[in-house]
Design a protein around this ligand. Sequence first.
Ligand code: SF4
Length: 290
Amino acid sequence: MRYLHLFDPWKFPLCTCPEKYSIDPYTGCEHRCIYCYITSYIRDPWRVRPKKDFLKYFERDLKNAERKLPISMSNSSDPYPRMEKELCITRGAISLMKRYNFPLLLLTKSDMVIRDMDLLENMQAVVAVTITTLDDALAKKLEPFAPSPSKRLRAIELLVARGIKTVVRFDPIIPTINDSEENIREVVDTLASIGIEQIISSTYKAKRDNFTRVIGVFKKNAEKLREIYYKNGEIVRGIRYAPRELRMRILKKVRDEASKHGIPFSVCREGLSLNTAPTCDASHLLWRNI
Ligand code: SF4
C-alpha cells in the first residue's frame, strides 16, 4: 500500500504545476459538485470512505520519500468530509507533514479547515479554498452539498487573520453560468477586501458525465453550452474545452480584476499566457517567510 504519489501521474500536457506529491486521505467526495471530474475515474464517487490504515502507511511513505517535495492534499476529494470531525485523519496527516517537514498545499471547499489552524499556522502551508460564486443559491446548484460560499468566506477571513497563507481557486468558471462580469467583479472585490495571496482560475472542462449533470441542472443553458463545448470547443486528451478565445476573454477578465487589487493570478491547465503569479499552484508561497 502506497499513498504518497507524484502529482499528475497522467502527465496532462497543459499542466504547469511544479513537481509535487499528491495525497487523498479519503476516497470519494460528498460535496457532489455537478461539474466534478472524479466521477469519470472513481467508483461510487459520492460515497466517502477513509483509506485503509491511512496514517500508518502515509507515515511510512513520508519516511521513505526520496525528496522533500510539497504535498498537495486533496486533488480527487475534499480532505474535510463530515466524518473527518470524528476520524481526524486529515488532521493526523497534517501533523505528520509537519513532523517530517513536508510543505503542504491544502485544497478544500470546507470551512472545517479552521479547526486545524493551530497546526497550519506553525508550518510551511498554503491553504486554497474554492469559491465559484458568492451567490448562495447559485452555489447550491453548482455544489449542492458543500458548505455555502458565506461559510467559506468566513473561513478564509479567519485563516488570513491567523497569518496562514491563503489563496482562492476561483474555478471552474462555466460559460453562461458564473462567467458574468458582475460575478467575476464581485468575487474578486470581496476576496481583495479579505487579503488573500493569489487567485487561481480555470474554465469548466466537459466530460460526458459532468456535462450531463450540468445541463440537467441548467436546462436553459443546455443549447448554448452544447454549442460552446461540442460544436466550437477543442479537445485535449479527451477533455472538451471551451474555444480558446472565450476562455481567454473570461480568464483575462479575472486576471484584470485581480490586477486592479494587486492580487497575483494564475490559470490552471488552460495553456494561456495570463499568469502574473510565479507559480500556477501558489507553491512559491511555501518558501516565503511572512
Ligand atoms: S469538492 Fe472537488 S472532488 Fe468534491 S465533488 Fe466537488 S469538485 Fe468533486
